[in-house]
Structures are given as structure tokens and as C-alpha cells.
Ligand binder design. Structure first.
Ligand code: G3P
Ligand code: CA
Length: 269
């Protein structure tokens, strides 16, 4: 079965590979997306930011230290902020060796490369605008890259793409620019505030620590911008018992470094 077929045949929560299947391959690389596909995981989460010369790349931290060999290659460029490096410089870096010698030579992908790989793998994307306050205009730029790759076509927009952020302003901007795109707010708004978020977000995506059955129900009781019940995708859940408990609360999605473990525990997809 392809990842997409597997997704259609189960009833538990949707399982999302966090930064790719990042327990098994270096986070936010093409290899991590491929690993998710090998584990039949249709949804992949990633983090998008921008280089000094204005190119969108897939990276979690705002600096390159933890997940590349930047300190070795550019010893004089502390504090190694992504925004101080050109794409050509970023492409010199090894984004796999820190994780395992098996992945030596993996690169930081551009958003365009990442999305193309997901298309090839028949996967879906939960895209996080990471630290968007550092990158003015990143919302429109991200939408332009997605559009060019065919990801704003009707076949993708309903069911294959969600754009999320911890920044409510950024989510609002995405919704205003492209109202048909599904969006998510990362955080745990109070129940009283949910209707306000439902003006621009289809999903409320909290850390699992704050999720209760009552909170899930309160989220489901509100209708989102597309006049559908708000969804809740929670993160980052890497063990079976916690995943099973959250599935019992009725969460719609679980974001995990180990999507295979979560699917096994929840009969999810
Ligand atoms: O998708 C949710 C999760 O990725 C948010 O936290 O720090 O892993 O980006 P973080
Ligand atoms: Ca993220």
C-alpha cells in the first residue's frame, strides 16, 4: 500500500511524522520524509525558514549548529544564525552526520525540494512557519513556492496541506492571503478564546501536556473558517501509551518522531 492508501483504511487519529520520521533519520531532511513514507506515514511535518539571500529552507532551529557541521565548516561565523548564511553556504553543510554516519552528506533541503519529494512519495504536508517574526513576508513567499509546485491546486488544497505556526499573526496572514488553505495555530488557547482563533485557523495544535478530553471536546464544539468543526493535532508524542490515551480523548491527529509506534498504539493512519 502507498502512504495515501494506508491513510484511508484506518480509523484512529491521523499520524504525522514530526520533522519527518525523525527518530530514524535526521530531522527535516529528504531522508526523513522518505523514512516516513517507508513507514507508510502519509503526513509529514516540517519547519520553514529563510536564508540571507532570501531562499526558503527546511530547518527547525534558527541557527545551524545542532543539526549541521556548520561550526567546522565556518568556524568564524558564530552564532551561526540561518539568516546570516546564503543558500550556497547552507548547501555546503552536512545535515546528516550529527545524527548518524549512515546519513553523512545529507543536505538542508529547500522548501521546493522538500515539497517535490513529498509529491513523489504521495505524502501530505503540515508545514510550520518557524519564527516568522524573523522573516517578514515569509507567508506570501511560502505560498508562492507551494503554488509553483502545484500544492495550491484543488487536488492538494483540501486534504493534503495545512500551514501552522506559533505566531497567530502569521496564521492570520496565511488565511488572509489564501483563504482556501487549511491553517493551524500552535498553542493552547483558553476555551473562551477558541472562537477568536476559529476566525483564521482550522486546527488548534497544542503540546500534549495540556490536552484533556474536555479540551478536545471544547475545540470540536467550535466551527472553523471553512465552516467545519475545528480539529486538534497534538505534539510531540513518541510513546504508545500516551498516544493511546490521547486517541481516547478523540484527538484528530498526533504528531510524532516515531509514527510507527503511534500508529501501532492507536490504529491511526
Ligand atoms: O508540529 C508541532 C511541533 O513541531 C511544534 O514544536 O519545536 O517541534 O517545532 P517544534
Ligand atoms: Ca515544528
Amino acid at each position: 500500500t502507498s502512504a495515501a492508501q494506508a491513510a484511508e483504511s484506518a480509523d484512529g487519529p491521523v499520524v504525522v511524522a514530526h520533522r519527518g520520521a525523525s527518530t530514524y533519520a535526521p530531522e527535516n531532511t529528504l531522508a526523513a520524509a522518505d523514512m516516513a513514507a517507508e513507514l507508510d506515514t502519509a503526513w509529514v511535518e516540517n519547519d520553514v525558514q529563510r536564508t540571507k539571500d532570501g531562499r526558503l529552507v527546511v530547518l527547525h532551529d534558527t541557527d545551524l549548529k545542532r543539526t549541521t557541521n556548520v561550526e567546522e565548516v565556518f568556524p568564524d561565523r558564530s552564532p551561526w544564525k540561518l539568516a546570516d548564511f546564503t543558500l550556497a553556504e547552507v548547501k555546503e553543510l552536512d545535515a546528516g552526520s550529527w545524527f548518524s554516519p549512515d546519513y553523512a552528506g545529507a543536505r538542508v533541503p529547500t522548501l521546493k525540494q522538500f515539497v517535490k519529494r513529498l509529491t513523489r512519495n504521495d505524502q501530505k504536508l503540515l508545514l510550520e512557519l518557524k519564527a516568522p517574526e524573523l522573516y517578514p513576508g515569509i507567508e506570501a513567499q511560502t505560498l508562492a513556492v507551494l503554488d509553483e509546485a502545484g500544492w495550491l491546486d484543488e487536488s492538494h488544497i483540501d486534504g493534503k496541506l495545512v500551514i501552522q505556526s506559533f505566531s497567530a499573526d502569521s496564521v492570520k496572514t496565511v488565511h488572509a492571503l489564501q483563504p482556501s488553505v487549511k491553517t493551524g495555530f500552535l498553542g493552547t488557547p483558553s476555551v473562551a478564546d477558541l472562537p477568536e482563533y476559529a476566525e483564521f485557523a482550522d486546527q488548534i495544535n497544542p503540546n500534549f501536556g495540556g490536552v484533556t478530553a474536555d479540551y478536545v471536546k471544547a475545540v470540536h464544539d467550535v466551527r472553523g473558517p471553512h465552516d467545519r468543526q475545528l480539529e486538534l493535532f497534538t505534539w510531540t508524542v513518541n510513546d504508545g501509551p500516551t498516544a493511546a490515551r490521547l486517541a481516547g480523548y478523540g484527538v484528530d491527529g498526533i504528531i510524532s518522531n516515531s509514527p510507527d509506534v503511534v500508529r501501532e498504539a492507536t490504529a491511526g493512519s
